[in-house]
Write a protein of this length. Structure first.
Length: 253
């Protein structure tokens, strides 16, 4: 069965990376949730996608230059009075579920990694006993390698799109580079993955391969039929329904 992960909660259904969205996602029947973390100027961890506040909040400027107090007092757009959530508040939502937690480590507004963020995430995961459910993800392989140095058994995932593949010399060198990170799942942007699916499967195998972001019924049907571990989607409601209907179809004799 192909796993289904709700992207940024389920951003086509509810405000992305919002407590409202995360709570609603729990009732959809997905297998995983994906969300993004940045670090505040004073070392707090908040859940927001962009390195700038401008698109998703009623404030502006770099996330990493603001205090935790200011960030958690900054209202999200289209989410009523809800403000940027902390990592802790998001983990509280999923505490009593069985969902995999795909926690994407972001870089700051200048593309720099946040000093000490990997260690803080690992500490929080261990404190809550989430080692089996939490998967730390990043586009930057060096960040994942730092995670593994700090926690050799941590579950990890790297994301890959055209830009990151170009930076590693192309799709084949990128796949080979990422395959060298032990047991690391590689989630590839769907239009990049589609034409090289046999190559990716040959290098990584089904258990280490994912596709993102499949949102239309046609795309969801296609990727649920492929030999991949997981798909990430902004419409997990559609994906769960399509998967349920697929599983009810009797196998050909």
């Amino acid at each position: 069965m192909v796993f289904i992960a709700g992207h940024r909660g389920a951003r086509d259904l509810w405000p992305e990376n919002s407590i409202l969205g995360f709570r609603n996602l729990c009732g959809l029947g997905v297998d995983a949730v994906e969300f993004d973390v940045h670090q505040s100027a004073d070392g707090g961890i908040v859940v927001i996608h962009d390195p700038l506040l401008d698109r998703t909040t009623h404030d502006s400027g770099p996330v990493g230059e603001q205090s935790l107090n200011r960030l958690t007092s900054t209202r999200l757009r289209d989410a009523g009075d809800e403000c940027i959530p902390t990592l802790s508040s998001v983990l509280d939502v999923f505490n009593d579920t069985a969902l995999e937690l795909h926690i994407e480590i972001k870089t700051d507004a200048l593309g720099n990694t946040y000093q000490g963020l990997e260690a803080r995430l690992i500490e929080e995961i261990r404190r809550r006993g989430l080692e089996r459910r939490a998967i730390l993800t990043c586009f930057v392989p060096e960040v994942i390698e730092t995670v593994r140095k700090l926690a050799p058994d941590a579950r990890v995932l790297t994301s890959l799109d055209r830009r990151s593949a170009e930076m590693m010399g192309g799709i084949r060198p990128a796949l080979e580079r990422l395959a060298g990170i032990r047991d690391c799942v590689v989630a590839i942007e769907k239009t990049l993955l589609a034409p090289v699916l046999p190559l990716a499967l040959g290098i990584l195998g089904t258990a280490r391969l994912g596709a993102w972001v499949a949102n239309t019924p046609e795309d969801i049907k296609y990727w649920l039929a492929q030999p991949v571990r997981q798909i990430t989607t902004d419409r997990p409601d559609l994906a769960v329904d399509i998967r349920r209907k697929r599983s009810s179809i009797p196998a050909a004799s």
